[in-house]
Design a protein around this ligand. Structure first.
Ligand code: FES
Length: 336
């Protein structure tokens, strides 16, 4: 007889990326503004279909090479850390504990809808730790998806530690939102030419000096390259002297420079046709929006402060996953 954990795993596994997108769309209105884009970005950073393709591959190393996967693309390597850019990350220990208990519970859930189950767990945690539920819904959805990708044993075994300092953790959501929109003025980057308009691009909201200046009309990767600090040691994809955003081609051809736009979306340029098609081709996002949550930094300009998130990996897998899905549909059809 199946236990409750495996029944819940089977239920979770009935959700693919499209169903997850529908779940997040349902939840978005009840996710606090501070985490609305962050939750959508996180979902794009960790696509389920890619994990499934790797799990089903006869020769996984060959597939990794074929899809040009670089960096940390597996959630199992970063169960506690992948969501560091969500405000709700600070409540991770409580959320992880509640999601684990929910997954292992023998009690029947109140609803058979995943969105409703996520909301119920978020509400229960909110009541327990006395925090507004809107701050917990995004991180609870992330916890459910993480559980689906890594399995209950790995999920439960993760320490639950958070990856932000006490100072960052003490900020209110309003403070975070204010800082995202804040233009520090020309004096902030006093070493730059005073006559040129420049903007602050933040690439890690949890680290005080994780920002670089961007001159009007420059692309994000050009601005990032003015930051000569060492990023290669933390992320080997970063080229020494080229700043915190990994780059290769600088022409929308390789997919290395994808980023999430966390704040200041009104300040970034619209997606031109080339970038729009490439984002889909790489597999990062399938959206008709011209100001989507995922951008190629080498194609994106800004006219104001922007806060970005740099994913810890990159690849080119959109076409492969599409063909893989079509092939699976054909074989399923052939079996009927
Ligand atoms: S650096 Fe290659 S796509 Fe941007």
């Amino acid at each position: 007889m199946e236990n409750s954990g495996s029944l819940f795993a089977a239920f979770l596994n009935s959700h693919d990326d499209e169903k997850w997108q529908a779940v997040i769309d349902t939840l978005l209105p009840v996710i606090h503004e501070v985490d609305r884009r962050a939750t959508q970005i996180w979902l794009s950073f960790y696509p389920l279909a890619l994990l499934r393709a790797l799990q089903e591959a006869d020769d996984v190393l060959a597939l990794i090479q074929k899809l040009r996967l670089k960096g940390s693309y597996l959630l199992v390597e970063q169960i506690d850390a992948s969501h560091h850019f969500l405000y709700g990350h600070r409540y991770w220990a409580a959320v992880k504990e509640a999601v684990t208990a929910f997954a292992l519970s023998a009690a029947a859930p109140k609803s058979l809808e995943l969105a409703a189950q996520i909301q119920d767990v978020a509400d229960a945690v909110a009541k327990k730790i006395q925090v507004d539920a809107t701050l917990l819904t995004g991180i609870t959805a992330v916890a459910f998806m993480t559980l689906q990708q890594v399995g209950i044993e790995e999920f439960q075994a993760a320490s639950g530690e958070i990856h932000i300092s006490k100072k960052v953790a003490s900020k209110t959501p309003e403070q975070v939102l204010r800082q995202r929109a804040h233009d520090p003025g020309q004096g902030f980057f006093g070493f730059l030419h005073a006559n040129l308009k420049h903007y602050k691009i933040t690439f890690n909201e949890n680290v005080e000096d994780a920002c670089f200046p961007l001159i009007s009309t420059q692309h994000l990767t050009t601005g990032a390259a003015t930051d000569k600090r060492d990023y290669h040691t933390q992320d080997p994809r970063c080229i020494v002297g080229e700043g915190p955003i990994p780059v290769e081609c600088r022409s929308a051809a390789c997919g290395t420079c994808w980023v999430g736009i966390l704040g200041g979306n009104a300040n970034v340029s619209r997606v031109a046709d080339l970038e729009y098609h490439r984002i889909k081709e790489f597999g990062y996002l399938d959206s008709e929006e011209r100001k989507p949550v995922i951008r190629l930094a080498c194609m994106t300009q800004a006219e104001g402060p922007v806060s970005i998130v740099i994913p810890p990996w990159n690849g080119v897998f959109g076409k492969y996953l599409r063909l893989h899905k079509e092939q699976q549909a054909r074989s399923a059809y052939g079996k009927d």
